[in-house]
Design a protein around this ligand. Structure first.
Ligand SMILES: Cc1cc2nc3c(=O)[nH]c(=O)nc-3n(C[C@H](O)[C@H](O)[C@H](O)COP(=O)(O)OP(=O)(O)OC[C@H]3O[C@@H](n4cnc5c(N)ncnc54)[C@H](O)[C@@H]3O)c2cc1C
Length: 420
């Protein structure tokens, strides 16, 4: 078919990509599907692995053709959005109406449904991942039915981070709050031994490093201008004197405003601007979430293999993510477990060398497995067999797949490897 993902590290094997214009058209496509001729939803293609691909006999259903929708219900404080909308476009519309989301990922270019399906997250010790803002989800199930689940409904907590395995999501409701402003500042020289505390210093904080002994760790601090509770301690870090890109060698024009200049939430929470190419482009990402309480030990562990991964590493980012109760969320906590204080996400932007990245991912898995690390669903990881055991509600999710996709029309090698 010759169609690839955003990175170019994965070429979809699906026989075709279709772009239905309505939920009814989606239902027709799903009804015609079988386990031998499966279908999978496609968002904005920012996943780095084969998660979206229904393979050679299958059809990719792009959500980009669904009519764009962003309707705020002020009383219930939710916005109803079409699944294929990009966060960046949604944010512009929300801001125009005086509303905001609690958080965004590093880039605004990704579709809402694609991000939610893979538990995409931003940063902030008190910010949960983006899927936790979902108040309702509507999808075409494997039998062609339109299913609507609201927060509190049976199965809802399993149906939000779905890996696309329950259906084609057509619409979601997301929690909103009144629009707010953020001031972003970048600091150089955050000491390794204080990274964990540094992450607590403001509404959303990221730390970038290359893990080698003399690395310049730069901390990106996004403070809400209406928050009195931010207590940023610098631990000797100093303000950056010029605008930074997460990858120091890349031109910083693509990054959002820095130097503490206040601006709208959606123009500061992402690192990258909507109208520019995010990150490096020619790259492959891997990411592992570790229980917050093990972050300091995990940092030491990764430093131990820093020199080994450095030759293919553009940059690495650490972010805090609060715990939530969505079954397949990478920050899922049952409340009384290791994840109760949330997670720290260890992210790696590697050069585009698939084999070398897989070797590096395996090495990282070796170091982080003792902490129960969970790989990001949308990035490179190598030990799928271990993954179901990392999620206490995985068997319940499997049962949900049985209910909503009894004929496995959404199954592909990725979900099959998880026993779905
Ligand atoms: C440059 C870059 C920066 C990134 N930054 C971050 C970050 O800050 N934080 C983070 O956590 N991740 C990040 N990611 C990863 C990214 O957020 C995820 O891969 C996300 O899934 C991308 O959304 P998408 O719409 O492109 O998904 P796609 O790759 O198109 O699809 C991903 C999965 O979602 C499913 N899906 C898509 N739409 C639907 C639907 N309508 N119904 C059901 N299932 C659906 C697909 O079937 C597939 O399984 C980044 C990726 C890139 C390339």
């Amino acid at each position: 078919m010759g169609e690839a993902n955003w990175s170019g590290n994965y070429e979809y094997r699906a026989s075709r990509i279709v772009r239905p214009g309505s939920p009814d058209e989606i239902a027709e496509l799903v009804t015609a599907a079988t386990d031998a001729a499966p279908v999978r939803a496609l968002g904005t293609r920012h996943t780095f692995n084969d998660l979206a691909d229904p393979m050679a006999t299958g059809t990719l259903i792009s959500t980009a053709g669904l009519p764009a929708k962003a309707e705020v219900d002020e009383e219930r404080r939710v916005v109803a959005v079409s699944s294929g909308l990009r966060y960046g476009d949604l944010a512009l519309e929300l801001q125009r109406q005086g509303w905001a989301l609690a958080n965004l990922a590093s880039l605004p270019h990704i579709s809402v449904a694609g991000a939610v399906a893979t538990a995409t997250h931003g940063s902030g010790s008190r910010n949960r991942n983006l899927a936790a803002a979902v108040a309702a989800v509507t999808f075409v199930s494997g039998t062609g039915e339109l299913v609507a689940l609201r927060r509190g409904d049976e199965g809802f907590d399993g149906a939000v981070v779905s890996l696309g395995a329950l259906g084609i999501v057509t619409e979601l409701e997301l929690d909103v709050e009144p629009a707010y402003e953020i001031a972003q500042s970048v600091y150089l020289g955050v000491p390794y031994e204080h990274i964990d505390e540094f992450l607590d210093g403001a509404y959303s904080v990221s730390v970038f490093t290359d893990w080698t002994a003399d690395a310049i760790n730069h901390g990106w601090v996004k403070a809400r201008t209406d928050a009195a509770s931010d207590r940023l301690e610098l631990f000797g870090a100093t303000p950056a004197l010029h605008k930074m890109h997460p990858i120091p060698s890349v031109d910083a024009a693509a990054t959002t405003e820095q130097f503490g200049v206040p601006g709208a939430w959606h123009e500061r929470l992402p690192h990258f601007r909507l109208d520019f190419q995010p990150s490096a482009g020619d790259e492959i990402q891997a990411e592992f979430l570790v229980p917050r309480r093990h972050a300091a030990a995990a940092i030491e562990g990764v430093r131990g293999i820093g020199e080994r991964i450095a030759p293919i590493l553009f940059t690495s980012e650490l972010r805090a993510v609060a715990a939530d109760g969505l079954w397949l969320s990478t920050a899922f906590s049952a409340g009384d477990d290791d994840w109760a204080d949330g997670a720290v996400a260890f992210h790696f932007t590697f050069m585009r060398d698939q084999q070398a990245v897989e070797a590096a991912a395996a090495a990282l898995e070796g170091v982080l497995a003792p902490f129960g690390a969970r790989p990001h669903w949308g990035k490179v990881f190598t030990d799928a067999a271990r993954v179901p055991g990392l999620y206490p509600r995985f068997a319940d999710f499997r049962a949900l797949v049985g209910r909503y996709d009894p004929n496995r029309v959404f199954r592909n090698p990725y979900t099959a490897a998880l026993g779905l």
